[in-house]
Design a protein around this ligand. Sequence first.
Ligand code: KIV
Length: 271
Amino acid sequence: MSVHKEVKRVTTHVLQEMKHRGEKISMLTAYDYSMASIVDQSGMDIILVGDSASNVMAGHETTLPITLDQMIYHAASVIRAVNRALVVVDLPFGTYQGDSKEALRSAVRIMKEAEAHAVKLEGGREIKDSIDRILSAGIPVMGHLGLTPQSIYKFGTYTVRAKGEDEAEILIEDAKILEEAGCFALILEKVPAELAAKVAKEVTIPVIGIGAGGNIDGQVLVVHDMLGITQEFSPRFLRRYHNLYEEMRGAFKNYISDVKSGDFPNEKEQY
Ligand code: KIV
């Protein structure tokens, strides 16, 4: 008899059930095999291959430069590591806005070449045609409203979004448009907690926040930020669970010192 226990995979249906029973959804980013393996084995519900890879992996100032080929490379590496979590992949800037056929081609490439489980697109009514076409091909779509970093040059700042009544009303309408279109979940980034709670109450799909308060269905962070690998990025919403920057730098310094002194390798560390 096999003692191997089947891992119950997280699906869009499982996430819907979690919302119904009030169980919070955990989500983190990952961009490579080794990190994704640790994140998945920790029991994370969703892994996002975010276009924040453009910042934390490639060192760009914004998320705009990352390409579809680069996102597919990151996503395929993550997928090879994951046994349990639902893996969602960002469609990068310029691969889905304005042309729904191109949006479908981009999403299909991510699903086929990386074997991802779902895609995420930034925006509301203005990208509805793209969302409709992707969904019609049977590809699950996660929405993303509020602060949408791919539109940073339109807004000019990374400050909190939808603070005014008009913008809040538009955001609520957009959330309902995405729900009705068939998105399986929604990210709300950097919006007032009260507004996010209202959205989570008014839509039936899970609402996952980053800088959107605690009265919603789940939370997402960028893994390098929560581990304290990135140092310069310190928004109020970020809780650092580690100071890996200092720990790693300390380890590197010890290695340099051991190499320079001749302490490494010792007799047991050679053939
Ligand atoms: O790209 C990303 O990491 C994201 C999260 C901030 C939600 O979209």
